[in-house]
Design a binder for this molecule. Structure first.
Ligand SMILES: [Zn+2]
Ligand SMILES: [Zn+2]
Ligand SMILES: [Zn+2]
Length: 139
């Protein structure tokens, strides 16, 4: 709890009870959270605007990052220490499980560097893999 408050403080973010709860939820989840997941666990007493504002602030300060979602909805995962308030610095792949619809960060797989000729300049690239996650395969 103290560490989480410190994380918010270091980034100049407001430490409301809801934001602390939200950050706790992110640290406890193994994969990622959709707005619906958040609403059904910590967002019961908060309106949508509060949730979106908190997620936006968390993303801008390098606490969480947006991950791909099967239905193209907003979905976020925790950043693992390497991100700074100024910029996200990870370059990992994401895995979408088509059975449980969860998105997982695959931290040990990097997005390959691609060089394009013909004058195209790449600003960002992503690697999204689809299949079934370990827990869906054992079910
Ligand atoms: Zn990040
Ligand atoms: Zn799954
Ligand atoms: Zn990720």
């Amino acid at each position: 709890m103290v560490a989480l408050k410190q994380k918010l403080e270091e980034r100049g973010l407001r430490k409301t009870a809801f934001r602390i709860e939200l950050l706790t939820l992110f640290t406890q989840t193994k994969s990622s959270l959709s707005i619906e997941d958040i609403k059904s666990s910590v967002g019961k007493t908060s309106d949508k605007v509060t949730i979106y504002r908190a997620l936006d602030a968390f993303e801008k300060s390098g606490l969480i990052h947006r991950v791909p979602d099967k239905a193209n909805l907003a979905r976020y995962a925790l950043c693992h220490n390497e991100c700074k308030p100024e910029a996200h610095s990870h370059n990992h792949a994401h895995f979408i499980c088509t059975v449980c619809d969860e998105t997982f960060c695959i931290e040990n797989v990097e997005v390959p560097k691609i060089h394009l000729k013909q004058g195209y300049k790449i600003n960002s690239s992503t690697l999204t893999l689809e299949g079934s996650c370990p827990s869906c395969q054992s079910a």
